[in-house]
Design a protein around this ligand. Structure first.
Ligand SMILES: *[C@@H]1O[C@H](CO)[C@@H](O)[C@H](O)[C@H]1NC(C)=O
Ligand SMILES: *[C@@H]1O[C@H](CO)[C@@H](O)[C@H](O)[C@H]1NC(C)=O
Ligand SMILES: *[C@@H]1O[C@H](CO)[C@@H](O)[C@H](O)[C@H]1NC(C)=O
Ligand SMILES: *[C@@H]1O[C@H](CO)[C@@H](O)[C@H](O)[C@H]1NC(C)=O
Ligand SMILES: *[C@@H]1O[C@H](CO)[C@@H](O)[C@H](O)[C@H]1NC(C)=O
Ligand SMILES: *[C@@H]1O[C@H](CO)[C@@H](O)[C@H](O)[C@H]1NC(C)=O
Length: 169
């Protein structure tokens, strides 16, 4: 009696374990919602597309993922949300490891500085020309307007009170 009960109780536990680990695995593979925020893949000629090709990254949807190896797990290094009818930019935390983010060709109304808090490596951003770089000019080494887009290059550490925070201090 005891054995039988033990066995029949074990099965669901094992099944749940398998189910969970499958879910987890598939979550890791395809769970990056931010890459599916806009339709289509990163295009070849775009800034993120070129960056990805130079970095030997892998394109998944609108993301460029770094090469996966044991010392350096796969992560988002580039995000291209250009030409995607975005009016607001909300939760992009999945892309907090990105070095480059392209938000050009979107009717964005305003960009909150907090949306990019903790994006330590972010070093190149393209935003619509009528939008300020997150954190303002003080947060970047170079800001220029080119072909209707604003390029924000070289994130500066603004942990002193002058600028608004882009980095986590
Ligand atoms: C993108 O560009 C690379 C290198 O320039 C080329 O090998 C590849 O075929 C291109 N992909 C597409 C979809 O055009
Ligand atoms: C892992 O990837 C990093 C960054 O792309 C690279 O510098 C490093 O050499 C790679 N290591 C191995 C063992 O391939
Ligand atoms: C933006 O997207 C529209 C529709 O998807 C497309 O027709 C247009 O060529 C795109 N513009 C650019 C500059 O990629
Ligand atoms: C964006 O702008 C709208 C209207 O100007 C304002 O109501 C809203 O609070 C702004 N949002 C952020 C995150 O700044
Ligand atoms: C930020 O820099 C750009 C490009 O140099 C300039 O056009 C813009 O007026 C500056 N904005 C502010 C608020 O200083
Ligand atoms: C704070 O940092 C900004 C940007 O790096 C710099 O321009 C400014 O001079 C700094 N202010 C002080 C008081 O250190």
């Amino acid at each position: 009696m005891k054995m039988k009960a033990g066995c029949s109780q074990l099965k669901p536990v094992v099944l749940i374990l398998i189910f969970n680990s499958c879910l987890y695995a598939s979550c890791q593979r395809t769970g990056l919602q931010v890459c599916k925020l806009c339709s289509g893949p990163v295009l070849n000629g775009t800034a993120v597309g070129q960056f990805c090709s130079v970095s030997a990254g892998r394109i998944e949807g609108r993301c460029c993922l770094s090469n996966d190896n044991t010392t350096d797990p796969e992560r988002i290094i580039g995000l291209d949300l250009s030409n995607c009818s975005l009016t607001h930019v909300e939760d992009l935390h999945e892309a907090s490891t990105a070095l480059m983010i392209d938000l050009s060709l979107n009717p964005i109304v305003n960009l909150s500085d907090t949306a990019f808090q903790g994006f330590m490596e972010l070093n190149y951003m393209i935003v619509p020309g009528d939008i300020a770089c997150p954190g303002g000019n003080v947060s970047w080494s170079k800001v220029e307007v080119k072909e209707g887009n604003r390029l924000c290059e070289g994130q500066k550490n603004t942990c002193n009170q002058t600028g608004q925070l882009l980095q986590l201090c």
